[in-house]
Write a protein that binds this ligand. Structure first.
Ligand code: XUL
Ligand code: CO
Length: 442
C-alpha cells in the first residue's frame, strides 16, 4: 500500500486486514470485517470507526504522578505549523493503515496553541485545516466531528460558556467559531460539545441557573452561526458526570436530554455517548444508549472502557465483549446511530510505549465492537429473545392493556378492572434466562 504522507512513521506496519478468528497475526482483524453485511448494512457503515487525534497523536502518557513516556517521532519540530503537518502525516498514515474512514479532533490537537494570540491561533488552525483537507482528499478519510478544547487552557479554569466572567465566555465563543469554521471547511459531519469544566467545583460560589442558561444561549449562537455557514450536520452533547469538575452539568444522557429540550435545541442536537462516562455516572453503557435512543437522540459513540475497580475515567480501549454485546443489542434495535459513528476515545497505557501498541489497541477495539454486533444480531435473529420480551409485555398488546397504551382509559377503568380481576398472577422476570441466552451467543 502506498503511504500518503511526506514521511512514513509506522514503517514496519502495512494495511490491517481482516483475517478471521483463527488468524494468529496480531496485526490483523479477527472479527471486524469491514465489508461483511450484518442486519442489512456493512460493518463499516454500522460503525463508521474514527480515530481520536488527541489520544492517538498527542497522548504521550503523562499523568498527575509523572510526565509522558512516549517520544512520538512526529512531535519533534519546534515550528508549530511544521509540527502540525508532521502530526497530520502520522494521523493519516495511521487511519489509512487501520482502514478506518474517519477521524475526530479538538482545535488544539491539530496544531499547538502555545502562547499565541487569538488571531495567530486562528491563522494556525486555518493553515492546518488546509493541509488536513489535502490529506483527506488524497486518502478519502472523512471528519466525523470537530470540537474546540474549552477546558485545558488556564483561562477556562472557571468554565467556558458557564464562566462567571463574560470576557471568558466571549473568548470561548471565538474559539468555537474558529473550530466550527475549520469543521465546516473540512466537511465535518458533526460538531461536539463536551463540557469538561462546564459545571462547578463548589455550589457555594455558583449561580447554577445563570450558568446553565448561559450555556444554552452559547449553544444556540453556535448552532445559528454554523447553520448560516451551511453546516448541515448534527451537534452532539457528550455527557459526563464529573472530572475535571466536581459536578458537570451534562451529567448523563437523561440530564442532557432535559437540557437540550429546555434550551430549545432538540432539532439540532443529539448525544455522543461515551462508555467510561456512563460508568462514571453509575450507569451502564447500554443504559445511556437506551435513554438516548428512546429520546430519538442516539447520535454517536465514544468507545472505550473504564476500570471497574477504581471507577476512574481511564479511557482504556474496549475489550469487554459481554458489555459491548449488550450495548449492540440496544444499538441494533435503535436502528444504529443518527449521523455519528464510533470514535475510539481511548488511550494506550502509559507503559505501552511501542508504536505498534496503537495498532493493537485499535484492532482490539474494532474487533470487540464487531464481535458485539455479531452476537447481538445472532440473539435477535436466532434465539427466542424477542419472543420472550414480547411475551413479557403481552398484556399491553391486546385487550384492555392495548386500550391503556392508546390512552383510552381513566383511573376509574383501572379501578373496575382491578375489582373484577382479583390479585394479579405472579409472572417471573426470568432475568437468568435472558442472561443465559446472551452468553450462549458469545
Ligand atoms: C473527555 C472526553 C473528551 C471529549 C471531546 O473525557 O471524552 O475527549 O470526547 O472533548
Ligand atoms: Co469523549
Amino acid at each position: 500500500m502506498a503511504h500518503i504522507g511526506d514521511k512514513e512513521y509506522f514503517k514496519q506496519i502495512g494495511e490491517i486486514k481482516f483475517e478471521g478468528k483463527d488468524s494468529d497475526n496480531p496485526l490483523a482483524f479477527k472479527f471486524y470485517n469491514p465489508d461483511q453485511m450484518v442486519a442489512g448494512k456493512t460493518m463499516r457503515d454500522h460503525f463508521k470507526f474514527a480515530m481520536a487525534y488527541w489520544h492517538t497523536l498527542c497522548g504521550t502518557g503523562g499523568d498527575p504522578f509523572g510526565p509522558g513516556t512516549k517520544a512520538f517521532p512526529w512531535a519533534t519540530s519546534v515550528d508549530p505549523i511544521q509540527a502540525a503537518r508532521d502530526k497530520a502525516d502520522a494521523a493519516f498514515e495511521f487511519v489509512t493503515k487501520m482502514g478506518f474512514d474517519y477521524y475526530c479532533f479538538h482545535d488544539v490537537d491539530i496544531v499547538d496553541e502555545g502562547d499565541s494570540s487569538l488571531a495567530e491561533f486562528e491563522n494556525r488552525v486555518q493553515q492546518t485545516a488546509s493541509y488536513l483537507k489535502e490529506k483527506m482528499t488524497a486518502s478519502g478519510v472523512k471528519l466525523l466531528w470537530g470540537t474546540a478544547n474549552l477546558f485545558s487552557n488556564p483561562r477556562y479554569m472557571n468554565g467556558a460558556a458557564s464562566n462567571p466572567n463574560f470576557d471568558v465566555l466571549a473568548r470561548a465563543g471565538a474559539q468555537v467559531k474558529i473550530a466550527l469554521d475549520a469543521t465546516i471547511a473540512l466537511n465535518g459531519e458533526n460538531y461536539v460539545f463536551w463540557g469538561g469544566r462546564e459545571g462547578y467545583m463548589s455550589l457555594l460560589n455558583t449561580n447554577m441557573k445563570l450558568e446553565q442558561d448561559n450555556i444554552g444561549r452559547f449553544m444556540r449562537m453556535a448552532r445559528d452561526y454554523a447553520r448560516s455557514q451551511g453546516f448541515k450536520g448534527t451537534f452532539f452533547i457528550e455527557p459526563k458526570p464529573m472530572e475535571p469538575s466536581k459536578h458537570q452539568y451534562d451529567f448523563d444522557a437523561a440530564t442532557s436530554i432535559n437540557f437540550i429540550r429546555e434550551q430549545g435545541l432538540e432539532k439540532d442536537f443529539k448525544l455522543n455517548i461515551e462508555v467510561n462516562h456512563a460508568t462514571l455516572a453509575q450507569h451502564t453503557f447500554q443504559h445511556e444508549l437506551q435513554v438516548s435512543a428512546d429520546a430519538g437522540m442516539l447520535g454517536s459513540i465514544d468507545a472505550n472502557r473504564g476500570d471497574y475497580q477504581n471507577g476512574w475515567d481511564t479511557d482504556q480501549f474496549p475489550n469487554n465483549i459481554l458489555e459491548t454485546a449488550e450495548a449492540m443489542l440496544v444499538f441494533l434495535k435503535a436502528g444504529g446511530l443518527q449521523g455519528g459513528g464510533v470514535n475510539f476515545d481511548a488511550k494506550t497505557r502509559r507503559n505501552s510505549t511501542d508504536l505498534e501498541d496503537l495498532f493493537y489497541a485499535h484492532i482490539g477495539g474494532a474487533d470487540t465492537f464487531a464481535r458485539g454486533l455479531l452476537i447481538a444480531d445472532s440473539v435477535i435473529n436466532t434465539s427466542n429473545y424477542e419472543d420472550l420480551l414480547g411475551e413479557r409485555y403481552a398484556s399491553f398488546a391486546a385487550g384492555i392493556g392495548a386500550d391503556y397504551v392508546a390512552g383510552k382509559l381513566n383511573l376509574g377503568d383501572l379501578y373496575n378492572h382491578a375489582q373484577n380481576n382479583g390479585e394479579p398472577r405472579q409472572i417471573s422476570g426470568r432475568q437468568e434466562l435472558y442472561e443465559n441466552i446472551l452468553n450462549q451467543h458469545i
